[in-house]
Ligand binder design. Structure first.
Ligand code: ADP
Length: 261
C-alpha cells in the first residue's frame, strides 16, 4: 500500500514539475517574442530619420552644397533629423532603465505650480508656432506642495503638453488644471481641443511605440515612447493615469499626485 501511495505522490510531483517547466518555457517564449518585437520597432524608428539625414547629405554632396540657399536649407533639415534621433535614443534609454526597474525616483516636496510654469516656458515657442495658447487656471496664487520626483513629474507634464500641441488643432489651446481629490490627493489635467482619439485605441495608447496614425505621427516626429514613459513614472509613484477623449473634439490626459504641507 505504501508503495502505491509513493507512486501516486511521485507521479503527482512529476506532473507538477512538467507543468511548471511548461509555464517557464511559455514565459521565456513570450519574453523572447517581446524582445524581438522591441528590437524590430527600435530599428524601424531609427531608420526613418537616418535615411532622411543621409538623403540630405547625399544631395549636398551631389552639388546642392554650391548653392548658398539650398546648403542652409538642407543642413537645417539634416540637423532636424539628428535632433529627432537624439530624442529617440534618449527616450529609449529612459524606457530601458524603467523596464529593468531602474527608475531611481528621488522623492522631495515641491511646488507643482513651479513645474507647470517651467513646462510652459519650455514649450511656449513650440505652441506658438502652431498658434496654440497654453493656459493655466490662475485661481491658484499660493504654492501647491506635492510629494514626488520633481524632475520626473516635469517630464510627465512635458510629454503630455508636447502631445497636446502635436495633436492639438491649429490656433487651439492647451489647458492645464488642478483639482483637489479626497485623501490628500490632487489631479492634474492636460486638456486639448485637437483631433481626439477613437475609443478603440485608448487601451493601447500607453504601449511603447503604439501610434494611432502611423504616418501622421511620424511627420510630427515623436518616438512613440512618450506615453509609455509617462505611465512608468506615474506607476512608479503609485499614482493613477486617466484618459478621456472624444474623436474630433479633443483629449484630456490626467494623473494624480500626493499633496503635502
Ligand atoms: P508619439 O511620439 O507618437 O507622440 P506617444 O507615446 O506620446 O508617442 O503617444 C502615442 C500615440 O497616442 C500618438 O502617436 C497619438 O496617436 C496618440 N496621442 C497621444 N496624445 C494625444 C493627444 N493629446 N491627442 C490625440 N492623440 C494623442
Amino acid at each position: 500500500k505504501s508503495i502505491t501511495t509513493d507512486m501516486v505522490t511521485l507521479t503527482r510531483e512529476l506532473e507538477k514539475f512538467a507543468r511548471d517547466k511548461k509555464i517557464e518555457i511559455e514565459t521565456l517564449k513570450i519574453r523572447e517574442e517581446y524582445r524581438r518585437e522591441f528590437l524590430g520597432n527600435v530599428s524601424h524608428e531609427l531608420k526613418t530619420p537616418l535615411f532622411t539625414v543621409q538623403g540630405y547629405i547625399l544631395t549636398l554632396l551631389d552639388g546642392a552644397m554650391n548653392d548658398k540657399v539650398l546648403r542652409k536649407k538642407y543642413l537645417q533639415r539634416a540637423e532636424k533629423g539628428v535632433e529627432r534621433l537624439i530624442y529617440i535614443v534618449q527616450d529609449l534609454d529612459m524606457i530601458t532603465k524603467m523596464e529593468v526597474g531602474d527608475l531611481n525616483l528621488t522623492f522631495t516636496k515641491f511646488n507643482i505650480l513651479e513645474v507647470i510654469q517651467n513646462v510652459f516656458d519650455l514649450l511656449e515657442m513650440k505652441a506658438d508656432k502652431k498658434g496654440i495658447i497654453l493656459m493655466f487656471d490662475m485661481k491658484y496664487i499660493k504654492p501647491i506642495m506635492v510629494y514626488g520626483d520633481k524632475e520626473k513629474i516635469q517630464q510627465v507634464l512635458t510629454n503630455l503638453v508636447v502631445n497636446s500641441i502635436k495633436y492639438g488643432k491649429e490656433n487651439g489651446s492647451t489647458e492645464v488644471g488642478i483639482e483637489d481629490l479626497v485623501n490628500n490627493k490632487i489631479i492634474i489635467r492636460v486638456k486639448d481641443n485637437g483631433e481626439g482619439i477613437e475609443q478603440k485605441h485608448i487601451p493601447r495608447l500607453f504601449e511603447r511605440f503604439y501610434r494611432v496614425d502611423k504616418s501622421g505621427a511620424r511627420t510630427e516626429g515623436g518616438s512613440g515612447l512618450g506615453l509609455a514613459i509617462v505611465k512608468h513614472i506615474i506607476e512608479g509613484h503609485d499614482e493613477k493615469m486617466y484618459v478621456e477623449s472624444t474623436f474630433g473634439k479633443g483629449s484630456e490626459f490626467s494623473f494624480t499626485l500626493e499633496k503635502t504641507k
